[in-house]
Design a protein around this ligand. Structure first.
Ligand code: AMP
Ligand code: ZN
Length: 454
């Protein structure tokens, strides 16, 4: 049987998957809930969902944890700018908690629309402040930190392998020295805890380290993942933008607190969704949401299908043409599946080929190609497709949309059946056109006429 191999950002290699623990601890960086997720963000969660489903298909037990960032993520990832949550609250004239609740719900609805499995544990940054303060205190006690006027910083020169995840080169570190680093000692040093600015009233602040303040963005993920998954666990996931700063800093924190390496064995990162020639991003305004797709009558699962057509480590370019053809492609796939007769048999090679593809660093585009050609060659039955759909989660076996068979449709179908019995093909074609004019497609299968919405 083909064994699971996945690309590990930490070793920069595709490796055999050999977990440290019997239940796989899987932590995914969740959304910052100050606005709707865009469909680029959702690519990250679809990719992670595929990973989770492939692990399950291989018989692994998984404990999936996802955080909700509801404090501390500044508009600039490098510890400057405004707090995104406070900014969202000002924009909408609501409290930060109201904003967080609203966009957390919207995010969960997006996951449901996309058939993304819910994590086993959701954890909010604001509900884990004591755990974060404790981790900062441990780092202070370990001698890894220094204080400036605006916060407590991690001194990255205290650890030898800082930047190993991103392969941060020495040259880059030196080039960084030329940028203005304010009171920081080194360009890559980062905030563990920020002090509130006395001039500005913040909605979310806590008393710690002798002042009012709030956590830096990275500490929530190391503190919460370790609370739920232990000091060392198997998989940590996010988009590639998290490699050089967020995940690099999480590793620095976690490994310094425990002294255990590696903190996480496999690092899983998806490539970007781009639009035009740029990364889809909220900050640049170059983004669309799932609701925008729905408003244009694009089924969220057509978006999932669009994403599955590219390997998760390749950039993919969103365009309206591409999403429209994905929608047609998925409809067509479901239609072909509806036409598979009850006596169809699966060629055992197909199931092995499928497993080989998904276990080869989640090669879902290839798995889809295997399914398409197996259908064309009559080598797959419905049970196998239902099993494959545990990975794709495209509702492949469901009717496209429930069609209400009106009297008008039934009359045309009856007349057409009569014409076919009489081998009156021109009449049968004429009636097919009549059905088309009212939005119905008809196929002639071994089990009789089958209809679907155009
Ligand atoms: P954020 O809410 O900004 O923390 O991002 C949520 C997730 O989306 C993270 O895993 C990001 O790395 C990922 N992400 C952000 N932009 C994109 C994009 N254009 N394509 C794919 N993933 C992205
Ligand atoms: Zn994170």
């Amino acid at each position: 049987m083909p064994k699971l191999k996945i690309y590990n950002t930490l070793t920069h290699n595709t490796e055999n998957f050999e977990p440290m623990n019997t239940t796989i601890g899987f932590y995914a960086c969740g959304p910052t809930v100050y606005n709707y997720a865009h469909i680029g963000n959702l690519r990250a969660y679809i990719s992670q969902d595929i990973l989770r489903r492939v692990l399950k298909y291989n018989g692994y037990k998984i404990k999936h944890v996802m955080n909700i960032t509801d404090v501390g993520h500044l508009t600039d990832d490098a510890d400057t700018g405004e707090d995104k949550m406070e900014k969202g609250a000002q924009r909408e004239g609501k409290t930060a908690i109201q904003i967080a609740d609203f966009y957390t719900n919207a995010f969960k609805n997006n996951l449901q629309d996309l058939n993304i499995l819910e994590p086993n544990i959701w954890c909010k940054a604001t509900e884990h402040i004591p755990e974060q303060i404790k981790q900062v205190q441990d780092l202070i006690d370990g001698g890894y930190t220094y204080e400036t006027t605006d916060g407590i910083y991690f001194d990255t020169t205290k650890i030898k392998d800082y930047g190993k995840l991103a392969n941060l080169q020495k040259q880059e570190l030196e080039a960084g020295k030329r940028v203005d680093i304010g009171e920081k000692k080194n360009p890559h040093d980062f905030a563990l805890w920020k002090f509130s600015n006395e001039q500005e009233k913040r909605q979310m602040e806590w008393e710690a380290f002798g002042k009012k303040g709030f956590p830096g963005w990275h500490i929530e993920c190391s503190a919460m993942s370790m609370k739920y998954l232990g000091d060392q666990f198997d998989i940590h996931a996010g988009g590639i933008d998290h490699i050089p700063v967020h995940h690099t800093n999480e590793i620095a924190q976690a490994e310094s607190v425990t002294g255990l390496k590696p903190w996480v064995k496999y690092w899983f990162h998806n490539e970007f969704l781009i639009m035009g020639n740029e990364k889809m991003a909220k900050s640049s305004g170059n983004f669309i949401t799932l609701q925008t797709l729905k408003d244009k009558e694009i089924d969220p699962l057509s978006y999932r299908y669009f994403i599955l057509q590219s390997h998760y480590r390749k950039q993919t370019n969103f365009s309206w043409d591409a999403i429209n053809s994905a929608q047609l492609g998925l409809k067509n796939l479901r239609k072909q599946i509806r036409n598979i007769g009850p006596n169809a048999l699966t060629d055992p090679i197909i199931e092995i080929e499928f497993l080989k593809a998904i276990n080869n660093d989640l090669n879902i585009p290839e798995a889809l190609a295997i399914l398409w050609s197996a259908i064309k060659e009559n080598k797959v039955n419905l049970d196998t497709i239902i099993m494959f759909d545990k990975i794709f989660a495209l509702d492949l076996h469901e009717p496209d949309t429930k069609i209400e068979i009106t009297d008008e449709i039934q009359t045309i179908l009856d007349e057409r059946q009569k014409a076919r019995n009489e081998k009156n093909w021109s009449e049968s074609d004429k009636l097919r056109e009549e059905l088309k004019n009212i939005g119905i497609d008809v196929d002639d299968t071994a089990d009789g006429q089958k209809i679907s919405q155009i």
